[in-house]
Design a protein around this ligand. Structure first.
Ligand SMILES: Nc1ncnc2c1ncn2[C@@H]1O[C@H](COP(=O)(O)OP(=O)(O)O)[C@@H](O)[C@H]1O
Ligand SMILES: [Mg+2]
Length: 403
């Protein structure tokens, strides 16, 4: 089934164009056909068209004809990938003995320069030093520099190769670093690198979930755009970094708030992973409240839960559950003294409790350390340079809390 009615029109158009390539332009006008389309049908159409256009199957033809078939084949294959992204059931992390086989950790925060990348890199190196198969991904699409913290100055492949479909699988662009973790690096030199569209994002989210590793660490960009938030929401553990600077911790709270609202809205979208009963009334209510559709935005999550209780009572406990399971982990970085973090952490926790009805755990405070400051220049992770040192001990404690 294609969620053609739920999508913004550029996405719906993309689906229509893909259907025109795999079926016919007439089919794209038939809403019922699009809505009821099954993946088996798409697969069969792809197989049939692939046979017709695959250049290798027609190599005896004139070079122009082969070239024409090749162009057509590329479009057919792209169309198939687009529809597949929308139609395949959500890829769930496979499990071993009932436990998730891999854990995704996101490192976010609403600003740049607050230590997200350095923490991600050292966390990944530490995890791999204790024997976990770890993959680190630079998802700061506009400001990719994670590789430098792992001592890699250039990368043979980057995420751009995957996003531009030069490679089909994330595994193909993983680079084994000298310090242990595998790295999927970024390349923000490409114009528009940060602007990945909806279909590509879905593909990336799904591919990250499928990575075969014990830990996948996501180093995020420093803003509250939907792309960043969606990567954050993918994680089993989401760290939110901030400094003690008021602009930074206010933004950190904002990041937490936007993430929770997005999580609630995504319960119903194509990206939904929660398998919720899709009650249109509840969908409408949540949209009205969180997106302020009719100007009736409620001020607190408590008010939202209360309205759900009044208007869709059978879903109230479900929504309460979704909210209570959202547990961001706050890290305060670059403080002069550990006690400097107490007030900002308390402030964020209080506001989050009052406005969002959630508990924000204060997971740690990290001192400003010259050794950390110069780690990119040294091209060596701090935990390798100073095993048993300050950052190494800090990260060991973090891992003990989540592993
Ligand atoms: N605890 C710390 N002490 C000293 N310098 C730090 C600390 N945390 C981060 N830095 C420095 O701050 C700069 C930005 O860090 P980075 O991890 O690249 O931030 P982000 O990924 O949030 O943009 C780097 O030079 C880094 O070494
Ligand atoms: Mg960074």
């Amino acid at each position: 089934m294609l969620p053609i009615n739920d999508l913004p029109s550029p996405e719906a158009n993309k689906i229509r164009i893909a259907c025109a390539y795999l079926f016919s332009p007439e089919h794209t006008k038939d809403k019922q056909f699009l809505m009821n389309l099954r993946f088996d049908t798409v697969k069969a159409a792809f197989a049939e068209k692939a046979k017709r256009y695959h250049p290798d199957l027609h190599s005896q033809e004139s070079p122009e004809m082969v070239e024409r078939r090749k162009d057509r084949f590329i479009m057919v294959r792209e169309s198939y990938e687009i529809l597949k992204n929308y139609m395949l059931p959500e890829a769930k992390a496979p499990s071993v003995g009932g436990k998730p086989r891999h854990t995704i950790i996101a490192v976010g925060g609403a600003k740049g320069g607050i230590g997200k990348s350095i923490l991600s890199a050292n966390l990944a190196v530490s995890l791999s030093q204790v024997g976990y198969r770890t993959v680190l991904i630079d998802l700061d699409l506009g400001g990719a520099n994670l590789h430098l913290y792992l001592g890699e100055t250039t990368l043979p492949y980057t995420l751009s190769d995957f996003l531009s479909q030069r490679t089909a699988k994330l595994e193909e662009i993983m680079v084994t670093t000298k310090y242990g973790p595998k790295l999927i690096g970024g390349d923000s030199s490409r114009l528009g690198a940060a602007n990945i569209d909806f279909v590509l994002k879905l593909k990336l989210l799904r591919s990250i979930r499928m990575i075969d590793a014990d830990f996948v660490i996501l180093d995020l960009g420093g803003d509250t755009s939907y792309n960043v938030i969606d990567f954050f929401l993918l994680a089993d553990h989401g760290f939110v970094l901030t400094t003690c600077d008021p602009t930074s911790y206010l933004e950190a709270y904002n990041f937490i708030k936007v993430s929770l609202l997005r999580k609630l809205n995504r319960l119903f979208g194509v990206e939904s992973t929660l398998g919720v009963e899709k009650d249109p009334l509840l969908k409408e209510l949540i949209e009205e409240i969180t997106l302020s559709k009719n100007g009736k935005r409620v001020k607190t999550i408590d008010q939202l839960i209360e309205r759900v209780g009044r208007e869709c009572p059978r879903h109230q406990s479900f929504i309460r559950d979704v909210v209570s399971k959202f547990r961001p982990l706050l890290l305060i970085n670059m403080v002069e003294s550990i006690s400097d973090a107490i007030a900002p952490a308390k402030r964020i926790q209080e506001v989050a409790r009052k406005m969002l009805s959630i508990h924000v755990e204060h997971s740690g405070t990290l001192l400003y350390q010259p050794e950390i400051k110069w780690s990119a220049r040294d091209l060596m992770p701090v935990v390798v340079k100073s095993p048993g040192g300050y950052l190494s001990t800090f990260i060991t404690q973090l891992i003990a809390n989540i592993a």
